[in-house]
Design a binder for this molecule. Structure first.
Ligand code: ZN
Length: 275
């Protein structure tokens, strides 16, 4: 049984970076946008103090350049619908799971074409596990998936910014939060919750955001805790993403974005999507 007392104690000392995104409101200004440049200029005039400026600019996150043809104030048009994008991922995984992955390395012509801009049809939030590479298990090529990967498939504030960028500026119509069987990060969170395992430093911080899912899974499926926690974790993250950012919420409301969760089976190669 999960010790809620122990975990509440552990969580009390947590800055919860991976959970904090649900409470945020704005986006970090990019130095590549007018707003970002204005911020930098304003700070420069205002302070005249290099230390203050350096400190303030440390919070400004440079982001990937937008395609030259896409005005920075205008959202990119959608090439495929959310359901079509989901269908492509399912079809790609079916090909992979049959052992017939048919992507080939892109030609240099294709590489050069992609240098002009990108239009990924899905954002995949995945675990860093080397056996769960999204491009391979969905049979996708360069330029097709915008991938954010951290062990345990959690989303930090910076990760949320990456996701919003892909949806708002690159027009991605689908976000999939992808977990996988035998996830070591979730296993570590289960050990912290049930065996009082102690992790140090950054490892501790990596695992803490997963613990609420372990607690919830422990109440519903105590007999198969790790597997249940893996599935609960991606469902929770997908649920939080739906309310984490105004841009995402607006596109969801308009039917121009879908957020799904799924689990990849390391043994069969099959991705099972939650309904
Ligand atoms: Zn994992």
């Amino acid at each position: 049984m999960v010790s809620r007392r122990l975990l509440l104690g552990a969580l009390a000392g947590l800055a919860a970076p991976a959970l904090a995104f649900a409470e945020g409101d704005g986006h970090p200004p990019s130095l590549l946008t007018k707003k970002g440049r204005r911020t930098a200029r304003a700070l420069n005039h205002q302070a005249g103090d290099k230390a203050a400026l350096d400190k303030a600019l440390a919070t400004v996150k440079p982001m990937e350049a937008e395609p030259a043809h896409a005005p920075e104030t205008e959202a990119a048009p959608q090439a495929v619908s959310p359901d079509e994008a989901l269908g492509r991922l399912k079809q790609g995984n079916a090909i992979f799971a049959r052992g017939g992955a048919n992507i080939s390395l892109p030609t240099m012509l294709r590489v050069a074409e992609l240098s002009k801009g990108q239009k990924p049809f899905a954002v995949v939030i995945g675990c860093s596990d080397s056996r769960a590479a999204p491009e391979l298990i969905f049979d996708c090529n360069l330029g097709e998936l915008f991938v954010v990967r951290v062990a345990g498939s959690t989303v930090s504030r910076e990760g949320l910014g990456s996701i919003v960028y892909a949806v708002e500026h690159l027009g991605a119509p689908l976000i999939v939060v992808l977990g996988h069987t035998k996830c070591g990060a979730v296993g570590a969170a289960v050990d912290v919750a049930t065996k009082h395992a102690e992790l140090h430093g950054a490892l501790h911080e990596m695992v803490l955001p997963i613990i609420p899912a372990v607690l919830e899974a422990g109440e519903k499926h105590p007999a198969d805790l790790q597997d249940a926690a893996i599935r609960q974790n991606v469902r929770d993250i997908a649920g939080r993403l739906k309310v984490a950012d105004g841009i995402l919420a607006e596109k969801l409301e308009q039917g121009r974005l879908k957020i799904a969760s799924a689990c990849y089976d390391l043994t069969t190669g099959i991705v099972a999507f939650d309904a």
